[in-house]
Design a protein around this ligand. Sequence first.
Ligand code: HEC
Length: 109
Amino acid sequence: MKKIILFTFVLGFTACTVKLMPPTKADADFAAKKYSDCNLAQLQKGKESYEKYCNSCHGLKKPTSQTEEGWNKMVPMMSRKANKKAGSVIVDENTQNAILRYLVVMSRK
Ligand code: HEC
């Protein structure tokens, strides 16, 4: 019986928790080729902002759950939603860019 409870718990836990990888130097090198002004600090800011602003209505989606085109469409749309909900601009242009770049870079894995 204990085992079943534990199993259910572990299953439920892993199902709604997305483990986000921190960006590495290799990710930053990849990003810099794609976006000339992108660096590791921006990717780190993107990850933090994604965790901070994107899970108030639904859980965080895996970076690999969307293609690059998907993220290009979703991130601006969702940033607008987040700002509308907050009643002020919490996800500004720079933050939105950082989130998008983090997700696009991590979606290739
Ligand atoms: C104000 C609430 C709200 C916030 C904040 C929000 N979302 Fe969403 N999100 C939704 C709703 C509602 C849907 C589903 C309906 C839709 O697509 O509009 C959705 C759907 C999505 C989807 C599509 C999921 C799928 O399986 O098709 C992605 C990806 C996504 N959100 C990413 C984000 C990102 C990235 C952020 C942060 C910038 C964010 N969301 C913040 C409400 C929100």
